[in-house]
Design a protein around this ligand. Structure first.
Ligand SMILES: Nc1ncnc2c1ncn2[C@@H]1O[C@H](COP(=O)(O)OP(=O)(O)OP(=O)(O)O)[C@@H](O)[C@H]1O
Length: 571
């Protein structure tokens, strides 16, 4: 059994003395002190270090986590003794116990059956980088070489098993977000992921959704985690995909929180728009842990942005031909699909992949095919049942209330999200006041809905044009372009329109709008685009002429070798 005394002896001068045979210690007793320390080191090496074996356990295996390193960190928390000079302590509201952690440079001793071992946490930082940047950590496990086989066969597996048990008893869910490929945060040990404790309050008990659907999701999750052998037998990666879609505020994120709390799984939040290549996506997927939920939120918007980025590349290639340095963006839909269910996806167990979107019709069907997305869940507007559920949850109204009838009648005809209803219910603890708020909200929504309906049916063309004006300018431009068969990205359509408008208004202002782009090139592209679109061409014939003139002028300036030709005005 390990004792503080033993720990101390291993980490001090007396360790050396105690580890040499009796005869050698007698010699040390009699020699003068300057010679003694020299002999101490020599004897220590001769009788102890020579017989030592060291196993190095890195934090990561390439780009994946090294599970033994992380298990050892958890296990060694229970082995920190009074002789450990420095260690960390933390505890959040969700922890059941104080959380103790070993610090780099510190040693911890352990005893297994009848032999001793020493663990040391080592941290190496590149000199020229800031704290936590590019840091590499490893454990050194030192023991007598005659126990080599027992360490590998018995001791390390027992460390893995014990750490699992400790984790189970004091599990705190984590929410991981990406740090950036080259960063390695000290805390959280997630490699390229930074983590915070996930304290999402949502559970299946607090979610307002169809009870049948709720039950089906819970059963599906339970069945999934219990089917390790089944997945092995049929030769499939042990993962499951969920696609959650519905308008903002219908509870998609809350459902993810409820799933994490139900399964006690960590959550990884992948922001596709922050990734630059398929390689980067694979790297971050490989560094996620087992028993986790990997979330791609608002995938419809992310895919649109990915497409925009790719189109930007096409523009940049054109710019490259004009002598601009090359740059590339390679995060593609096929790369995403490949990462989800290609060879990469089988590197890990018990993974749940969740995609969320506001609209299903904007998603490429390839992404939703069975095997990729096993369960599609529609999160819809609040129903009368949903409202009653929220009322009982927020206001503790378990039976009936005089305003329920009116609310049920109104809610049937309007599109209101659970988030909007919840917001009203939270405004007052007085049920009458809160429910009045809900009634007013529903009435307002009904008036708005009626107005839109009216506009649609009365003078169609005039009203439609009016309505188009009220939607956001970007959407209006894109809608107009799509109606005319233009396939350019939203961003390109808008930037072309801005350029055209600026030319019409004030040619000098153009340079500020597009100062970072290859001016002449963009102008030419914009002009080409207007020509592609017959209706726009008709409407903007003189704009096209202006664009062409502008493009030629800028190109000519460039050809003449004017330094900063983008900054030249129209003089
Ligand atoms: N179905 C629901 N049951 C209970 N509460 C809900 C539900 N939907 C929304 N809420 C409440 O509204 C808030 C916002 O919901 P949530 O973020 O889960 O919606 P979302 O669909 O993910 O929205 P977004 O698409 O904008 O991210 C939640 O914190 C919760 O309080």
């Amino acid at each position: 059994m390990h004792t503080p005394e033993r720990a101390k002896s291993l980490s001090s001068d007396s360790e050396m003395q105690s580890s040499v045979p009796f005869a050698a210690s007698m010699i040390l007793e009699v020699v003068p002190s300057p010679v003694r320390s020299f002999l101490q080191i020599a004897f220590h090496y001769l009788f102890t270090r020579r017989n030592e074996h060291t196993i190095v356990i890195d934090e990561n295996c390439g780009i994946s986590r090294n599970e033994i390193f992380h298990a050892a960190r958890i296990y060694l928390r229970t082995k920190i003794s009074p002789s450990t000079r420095r260690f960390k302590v933390n505890m959040t509201s969700r922890h059941k116990n104080l959380n103790i952690d070993i610090e780099p440079g510190q040693e911890v001793t352990d005893t297994f059956e009848n032999f001793h071992l020493k663990w040391k946490l080592i941290s190496m930082k590149p000199k020229d980088k800031g704290p936590g940047y590019g840091e590499k950590r490893c454990f050194e496990l030192i023991f007598n070489k005659k126990f080599n086989e027992r360490v590998l066969k018995d001791y390390l597996p027992s460390v893995l098993a014990k750490s699992k048990e400790i984790k189970k008893n004091d599990k705190v869910l984590k929410l991981y977000t990406k740090n950036g490929l080259s960063e390695r945060k000290k805390e959280g040990g997630g490699g390229i992921w930074g983590s915070i404790n996930l304290e999402h309050p949502a559970t299946f008990d607090t979610l307002a959704m169809d009870p049948g659907l709720k039950k089906a999701i819970m059963n599906d999750l339970k069945r999934f985690v219990n089917r390790r052998d089944f997945y092995k037998k049929v030769g499939k990666a042990w993962k499951r995909g969920y696609f959650l879609y519905g308008p903002p505020g219908t509870g998609k994120s809350s459902l993810i929180g409820a799933m994490a709390n139900y399964l006690q799984f960590d959550v990884y939040d992948v922001e596709l728009t922050r990734l630059h290549s398929n390689h980067e996506l694979r790297t971050i997927m490989l560094s996620t842990t087992n028993r986790s939920i990997i979330v791609f939120e608002d995938i419809d918007c992310s895919l649109e942005e990915m497409q925009d980025q790719t189109e930007d590349i096409n523009q940049r290639v054109e710019m490259q031909l004009l002598g601009y340095p090359p740059s590339e963006t390679k995060l593609t839909l096929s790369g995403l699909l490949n990462t989800i269910d290609g060879v990469w996806s089988s590197c890990g167990d018990e993974r749940i992949i969740v995609f969320t979107a506001n609209r299903k019709d904007r998603i490429d069907p390839a992404l939703l095919r069975p095997g990729r997305m096993d369960m599609q869940i529609h999160m819809s507007y609040c129903s009368a049942k949903g409202f009653k559920f929220l009322a009982s949850n927020y206001l503790d109204i378990c039976s009936d209330h005089e305003r329920f009838g009116e609310i049920e009648n109104l809610i049937k005809n309007v599109e209101v999200t659970p988030a909007e209803v919840a917001e009203e219910l939270m405004r007052s603890e007085d049920a009458d006041v809160a429910l009045d708020g809900v009634v007013n909200l529903l009435k307002r929504k009904q008036i708005e809905a009626n107005k839109i309906k009216e506009e649609k049916t009365s003078a169609p063309e005039h009203q439609q044009a009016k309505r188009l004006k009220t939607v956001c300018p970007k959407k209006r431009v894109v809608r107009k372009c799509r109606e005319n068969g233009c396939k350019m990205s939203a961003r390109s359509c808008c930037s072309n329109l801005i350029i055209a408008r600026n030319i019409e208004m004030d040619p000098n202002s153009v340079k500020s709008t597009v100062s970072n782009l290859a001016f002449g090139n963009v102008m030419a592209a914009a002009a080409r685009d207007y020509q592609k679109d017959p209706e726009l061409e008709k409407l903007h014939a003189d704009r096209i002429a202006a664009l062409k003139k502008e493009a030629e002028k800028r190109q000519a300036l460039k050809n003449q070798g004017h330094g900063d030709w983008r900054a030249q005005g129209d003089n």
